[in-house]
Design a protein around this ligand. Structure first.
Ligand code: ZN
Length: 342
């Protein structure tokens, strides 16, 4: 059964029988099961990766369906957690493998546990905060991780092997401030760029899992499918950068007890406050422009109010945010990531 199932993959000389055997023994965690994560999960499940852990804090919504290929209308109608709906779909695709869904918010209290026992970490997240968190934990625990991001028709991909290649902070030392980068929820996204970046990530994953490290592309890949621009910035000769706080100094800022967003429930008010660890200036007029097409926006010099569906976000110039309409911290962090990008 197995030989037939994977016969065309076994024929591919890059994988072969030995590679397939390695894939069946591999354990991979996908952090974030939105557009990128859903597509990665399906490809890895079909390829026969033996154990997959899916981590996501969100529920399936109708507006996900144009790009999140694991989910169906019935998942959105039932408001199923993405990790749970995704695991059910993967079980129907490949019953030989085991899939562990975790409905969790990856943060500094649990990230090391989430990645500590796997062979490889794949980035399916939608925000910088979680990527810097993954980078710190992956470098600390010497786990390779496969970075990827997409918004609009533009995407980037890079593969990080701790202490061998540059890490995320070697290339981008500081996390962008909240509200400064477009997100799929403010600038939109099309499925082809998701497919392109997920394909690059999964191919890199297959090379790592089958021991074909020499085949890794060794670059920061950038694609813009709409503007027809592609670039490959070679980083394979660079190695870890001197002065990088993470891989040179061994300081894991994002794993510290004071790192990460401070999330406070405002008791009895059905509201949550999110304060970034280091306040960063937000240009309210610019943010208003980004949000104008997707909800009701108003602002003055002191705050910006944004209403979308049942939620109201009040954003202050120091990047603090009050979210009304929920008392669930995971929902609040997810909304912050969607509209402010961290
Ligand atoms: Zn580094």
């Amino acid at each position: 059964m197995r030989n037939d199932r994977y016969s065309r993959q076994l024929l591919f000389s890059g994988i072969g029988g030995d590679g397939q055997e390695r894939l069946s023994r591999a354990h991979v965690v996908i952090i974030g099961c939105g557009a990128l994560g859903a597509m990665q999960a399906e490809m890895l499940a079909r390829a026969g990766v033996g154990r997959l852990r899916l981590i996501d804090r969100d529920f399936v919504e109708e507006s996900n369906l144009h790009r999140q290929v694991l989910f169906e209308e019935s998942d959105a109608a039932a408001r199923l957690p993405k990790a749970v709906a995704g695991a059910a779909r993967l079980a129907r695709i490949n019953s030989d493998i085991s899939v562990e869904p975790l409905v969790r918010d990856a943060n500094q209290t649990n990230i090391e546990q989430m990645i500590g026992d796997v062979d490889l970490v794949i980035d399916g997240t939608d925000n910088f905060e979680t990527r810097y968190l993954i980078n710190d934990a992956a470098v600390k625990l010497s786990k390779p991780w496969v970075y990827g991001a997409a918004v609009g028709a533009h995407g980037v991909q890079m593969t990080i092997r701790p202490r061998i290649t540059p890490c995320l902070r070697c290339i981008f030392p500081e996390m962008p401030a909240p509200g400064t980068s477009p997100t799929c929820d403010t600038a939109g996204v099309i499925l082809p760029i998701i497919a392109t970046i997920a394909a690059a990530q999964v191919t890199e994953a297959l090379k790592l899992l089958t021991g074909r490290e020499a085949q890794l592309h060794g670059a920061l890949l950038q694609y813009d499918l709409w503007e027809n621009r592609f670039s490959r910035l070679r980083i394979d000769k660079m190695g870890p950068q001197q002065g990088c706080r993470t891989c040179d100094d061994g300081i894991y800022d994002f794993l510290g007890t004071r790192a990460g967003q401070m999330v406070t429930s405002l008791c009895g008010r059905n509201a949550i406050q999110i304060s970034p660890p280091e306040p960063a200036p937000v240009e309210l007029p610019k943010l208003a422009e980004q949000l104008r097409n997707i909800g009701e926006v108003s602002y003055n010099a002191y705050l910006l109010k944004f209403r979308t569906g049942e939620f109201e976000l009040t954003i202050f110039p120091d990047s603090r945010c009050l979210i009304r309409g929920t008392d669930d911290q995971m929902v609040a962090r997810s909304l912050y990531a969607r509209y402010l990008g961290t």
